[in-house]
Design a protein around this ligand. Structure first.
Ligand code: KG4
Ligand code: ZN
Length: 338
């Protein structure tokens, strides 16, 4: 049987990424992160689209050269069709369509959220992939949900956030502390140096498996405003403890619902995915439940947590095997259910 070689393209938010997968093995996974948003404290959609346009060709060329693959060897093109920022998605989608047309190979659309979850099946992502059915806490800058994964393409969202996503909470609270965007990784780093029990913040009280993060953001904001009236340097003097306390609270909120879902559904295969799954506090909390709750846990390799095209190429490969191709008239969609 000949090799299946797929070029995956990801451009849903502010990372332009291209990857090559050969059968189950990732040969390259290249990303250009956009620095232009730092000074604005968040992603500016129009600037993101423009940066994707600048980055896409060099990123694709680099991913092919690192993989040592010629364009003529490509079996299919996989691309993120949604969900995400429309202007960003349009760049990757148009590029993928044009390349598929010129190479006369199949085009394969990929759902970005499914890709975060299915990244667990890349052969170097886990020594052993999760077994179906498993629960996947999918936590990124745009989404926070508990997904019941019954099969590769049979997924059910059993809980989700009603307001901010967990990554958004890290980023917005980090902004209150005057940290650069995206603040999530910086909060994580500083939290390692602080005391997570120093400050307590309000946690939401919701019955089902849903989340809410706007309350903790407001609670932190009011607390800081009050403290700064007495001591303008309060944040500076307590930054590590503040980060540790915020991280502890967010991780507890995430884990409480995940534990409840696992218990109710009697599932002990539990995975995490998405940008916030890079968080060391969340990774540690999940690992602790291997002993405490007898879970089998799955944490993706660091490079497959935040947005990347390796996960897009992986899903495209699964669809390629099923002969599930996308028509060349397909359009990007900012909303796309899993
Ligand atoms: O999945 P992702 O790369 O993009 C989206 O699809 O949103 O996730 C990005 C989010 C950002 O909010 C970022 O702050 C957060 O993931 N993030 C982290 C960490 N690394 C990335 N949050 C907390 N701790 C981290 N180590
Ligand atoms: Zn993502």
């Amino acid at each position: 049987m000949s090799d299946t070689i797929i070029l995956g393209i990801e451009s849903s938010c502010d990372d332009t990424s291209a990857a090559v997968i050969k059968n189950n093995t990732i040969l390259s996974n290249i990303a250009a992160t956009q620095k232009v948003h730092i000074e604005y404290g968040g992603v500016v959609p129009e600037l993101a689209s423009r940066a994707h346009q600048q980055n896409i060709i060099p990123v694709v060329q680099k991913s092919l050269s690192v993989a040592n693959i010629q364009q003529k060897d490509i079996s299919a093109i996989g691309f993120t069709r949604g969900p995400g920022l429309l202007g960003s998605l349009l760049v990757g989608t148009s590029f993928a369509k044009s390349l598929a047309m010129s190479l006369d190979v199949p085009l394969i659309e990929v759902n970005h959220l499914q890709a975060h979850i299915l990244a667990h099946f890349i052969d170097d992502a886990n020594p052993k992939p999760p077994k179906f059915p498993f629960l996947c806490l999918t936590v990124s800058g745009g989404h926070t949900m508990i997904v019941l994964v019954k099969d590769y393409f049979e997924m059910e969202i059993i809980g989700k956030t009603s307001d901010d996503a967990a990554g958004e909470a890290f980023d917005k609270i980090g902004k209150i502390f005057d940290l650069d965007y995206p603040a999530g990784p910086i909060v994580d780093k500083l939290a390692k140096l602080g005391d997570g029990n120093k400050f307590k913040f309000n946690k939401p009280k919701i019955d089902n498996y849903d989340y809410s993060f706007s309350g903790i953001k407001t609670s932190v904001l009011y607390f800081i405003q009050k403290q700064e009236k007495e001591n303008p340097d309060f944040v500076k003097e307590n930054l590590n403890d503040l980060c540790a306390s915020v991280q502890k609270a967010i991780v507890e909120i995430l884990m409480d619902k995940l534990e409840k879902a696992a218990k109710d559904l009697k599932i002990n295969e539990v995975a995490i995915a998405g940008g916030v799954s890079a968080n060391s506090g969340l990774r540690e909390a999940l690992k602790q439940n291997e002993e405490k709750l007898n879970w089998q846990t799955y944490i993706p390799k660091f490079e497959y947590t935040t947005d990347n095209a390796a996960m897009i190429a992986m899903v495209a490969k699964l669809k390629f095997e099923k002969g599930e191709f996308t028509d060349i008239t397909a359009v990007a969609t900012s909303r796309y259910e899993i």
